[in-house]
Design a protein around this ligand. Structure first.
Ligand SMILES: CC(C)(COP(=O)(O)OP(=O)(O)OC[C@H]1O[C@@H](n2cnc3c(N)ncnc32)[C@H](O)[C@@H]1OP(=O)(O)O)[C@@H](O)C(=O)NCCC(=O)NCCS
Length: 667
């Protein structure tokens, strides 16, 4: 036994782990190799005695690996590093051995320069930090495959597993160990392997759910006693990420079920859920980010459709605080990855929210999430299942998020991540047909069910302002946007100007600056007006709005043309229930206003709310006042225009001119 693999006193500590967990005081257990006392079994804890023959050193265990074997290595924070190190150290080596894994930590030895020095080939379903050097050196193959489908391919033998190396907790009184923080694909590998070797670690928590193996399923037990690997998210690097996290959290409603994933943005977004209620978790992975939400009583899971009041996951990556929380805690249900990530199960969740971080998206909505600068980076994990599942869930939200621009080495902006077309070396991870929300630090675009033109416009409106004109020109050159279309506001969509207003009758609407993508919503609003309303708004009979007409109502430059819309209902399918706009006359510095409120919303104070919103906006920009030309019979509009708008004395002048009234309101 190598001293490094099994340090002195380890068996004694293993025994003490037993003592702590089971309240008994076993005598020191024995070693089965050179240091084995005369009567090893007698000295073992009673529960280990039936399995004494399985205890061995790491070196002895990995001697079972044969030439040509495919060796599964356990995942993430449960990577069996002692076993992998022992395998790399086998004196005469074994030929043609392939290590198969998902996300690992220290499964690939590296030299001081960070170059992989492994003696084996690796086959990985994820290009994490551990494997990146090996992939770029050609020592590892990346398999672009949903991790949720791996168990099926292992069971079919299409992904070969001859030996499984895993890490487990201490056994219970019935001889069951727990796979602890990483269940994921391990059960499938264990079921298929000729030889199963487990590091048995007293510090590995016992997780609840389908995470147990019986010791009969394990051929060799190698005692280790070290801290379970901890994972901390690096601090959020940029204001952009912080802003995206706010937007993501902003659309997570009470009662939602969340997939957390490992993305920094999602984990950051959880911080902003402090005022939400009854959030549930159904996630491939959980992290420390759930702890504060649990402490505040936000993660009740009370509205989950399945496993109500429980947190369902397949693996955990966090600090000891998370592992202590998981240990023996029935709140957590760990399940194999194919069970957690079954799209039908995900779709059955209440308001399922899934967030995927992407590197780039093109103007039609194709998303690249596993290649960066031409190199494979990260992987598909189970994002496809979560995005599709969330899109089928009632009230679900599949979200793609990305920073709008790529930063250079000194933090300078170098390129847009919203691209006219993806670059060579940027494969499509998520098809344009599956994309719903795309969130950048400049706002939220909703693409599902939208035309190519609508997608391109919506994405340009959340692109970095520096690249908007260029993207618009490229979109026109590609034929995505017609020649007659303009995009007047080349600045960022002013998300900070969005606000929720509660009307006299208690209904709430989102008041926000209009965008060119609102064209259809405005058209629907127009067709909802009565003939009389149309006449009072346009001073003539109008049957329909041409593209140009409708763009005049929503595509504003937000300098001397400004429009707001009032939206009701979910963000992905809002009903525009009102629109108002003002146009500044530079000669007088007065702005002419106009309003449209859907009949079902008239008389509830929405017109007045929009008037106040626009007046505050205009006043902040130094506009002197509003002018409204109103039909003399339009009593409500006259009252609205006269009512004034802002705090402080407003000076109102009314001029009658035959059938119309001109009301001037000076701020
Ligand atoms: C005119 C219009 C914008 C008003 O919007 P609204 O949301 O109904 O207005 P509000 O609920 O905020 O009410 C504004 C004022 O009108 C009054 N009002 C509302 N409905 C009224 C009605 N049917 N008859 C008389 N007054 C009415 C309100 O009491 C309020 O006055 P107050 O502040 O003195 O109490 C809306 O009716 C509309 O879109 N009409 C069709 C298009 C149009 O005429 N646009 C204006 C030309 S630019």
């Amino acid at each position: 036994m190598s001293a490094e693999a099994n340090p002195p006193g380890l068996f004694a500590r293993l025994a003490s782990g037993w003592r702590d967990r089971l309240g008994s005081t076993p005598p020191p257990p024995s070693l089965p190799d050179a240091a084995t006392p005369a009567d090893p079994v007698a000295h073992l804890h009673p529960l280990l005695r039936p399995h004494a023959a399985k205890l061995c050193s790491a070196a002895a265990a990995v001697a079972q690996v044969r030439h040509g074997d495919h060796v599964f290595v356990g995942t993430a924070c449960a990577t069996p590093r002692t076993l992998v190190a022992a395998l790399e150290a086998v004196e005469f080596g074994v030929s043609d051995v392939e290590l198969v894994h998902f996300l690992t930590d220290n499964a690939v030895p590296k030299d001081a320069a960070g170059q992989a020095t492994t003696r084996f080939r690796h086959r990985s379903f994820f290009v994490g930090a551990d494997i990146r050097a090996a992939v770029s050196q050609g020592l590892a193959d990346y398999v672009p495959l949903s991790i949720a489908r791996v168990p099926e391919l292992i069971a079919l033998g299409r992904i070969a597993v001859d030996v499984a190396l895993v890490q487990v907790s201490l056994p219970d009184a019935f001889g069951y160990v727990s796979l602890g923080v990483s269940v994921d694909i391990a059960p499938a590998a264990v079921a298929r392997a000729r030889v199963v070797i487990a590091e048995i670690n007293p510090q590995m928590p016992r997780s609840g759910g389908d995470s147990v193996l019986h010791l009969d399923q394990i051929h060799h037990l190698v005692p280790v006693d070290g801290p379970v690997i901890e994972y901390r998210h690096p601090a959020v690097a940029s204001a952009a990420m912080e802003q995206i996290a706010r937007y993501v959290s902003g659309i997570i409603e009470d009662g939602s079920t969340l997939q957390i994933g490992l993305g920094r943005i999602t984990n950051e977004a959880l911080k902003y859920l402090a005022d939400r209620r009854d959030i549930g978790i159904h996630s491939d992975v959980i992290t420390d980010a759930i702890i504060p939400l649990l402490e505040r009583g936000i993660l009740t899971g009370a509205r989950k459709t399945q496993h109500r009041h429980r947190i369902v996951t397949s693996f955990a990556m966090g600090t000891r605080a998370l592992y202590d929380l998981i240990d023996h805690n029935p709140l957590f249900v760990f399940q194999p990855i194919d069970v957690v990530c079954n799209p039908a199960t995900i779709a059955a969740q209440h308001k399922m929210v899934s967030v995927t971080q992407a590197f780039a998206v093109d103007l039609t909505g194709q998303v690249c999430a596993d290649q960066f600068n031409g190199e494979f980076y990260g992987g598909l994990a189970a994002q496809g299942e979560f995005l599709r599942g969330a899109s089928r869930s009632a009230g679900g939200k599949p979200i793609i998020c990305l920073a709008s621009a790529e930063d250079g080495p000194n933090g300078e902006i170098v390129a847009s991540r919203i691209r006219a077309v993806l670059k060579p070396g940027e494969g499509v991870t998520v098809a344009r047909t599956d994309v719903h929300y795309v969130i950048t630090e400049f706002g939220i675009a909703y693409l599902f069910g939208k035309s190519v033109r609508e997608r391109a416009l919506a994405l340009i409106e959340v692109a970095h302002p520096r690249f908007r004109a260029e993207l618009f020109a490229q979109a026109q050159a590609l034929g995505y946007i017609g020649a007659e279309q303009t995009l007047k506001n080349m600045r960022a969509y002013p998300v900070e100007e969005e606000l929720t207003a509660t009307l006299k009758d208690g209904r709430s609407v989102l008041l926000r600056p209009s965008a060119s993508g609102d064209a259809q919503g405005i058209r629907d609003l127009f067709h909802g007006l009565s003939d009389r309303d149309v006449y009072t708004r346009f001073f003539r009979k109008v049957c329909g709005l041409s593209d140009r007409d409708v763009q005049r109502l929503c595509n504003m430059n937000f300098e001397n043309e400004v429009a707001f819309v009032a939206c009701f209902g979910p963000r992905e399918n809002p009903q525009i229930v009102a629109q108002s706009c003002y146009f500044v006359d530079p000669s007088s510095n007065l702005a002419e206003t106009a309003f449209m409120v859907h009949p079902a919303w008239q008389g509830s104070g929405l017109g007045a709310t929009l008037q106040r919103r626009m007046a505050a906006h205009a006043q902040a920009r130094g506009v002197r006042g509003f002018v409204a030309e109103i039909m003399a019979s339009n009593e409500s509009m006259i009252r609205l225009a006269r009512a004034g708008a802002v705090t402080g004395p407003n000076q109102v002048t009314v001029e009658s001119n035959g059938g119309t009234v001109r009301i001037t309101l000076l701020f």
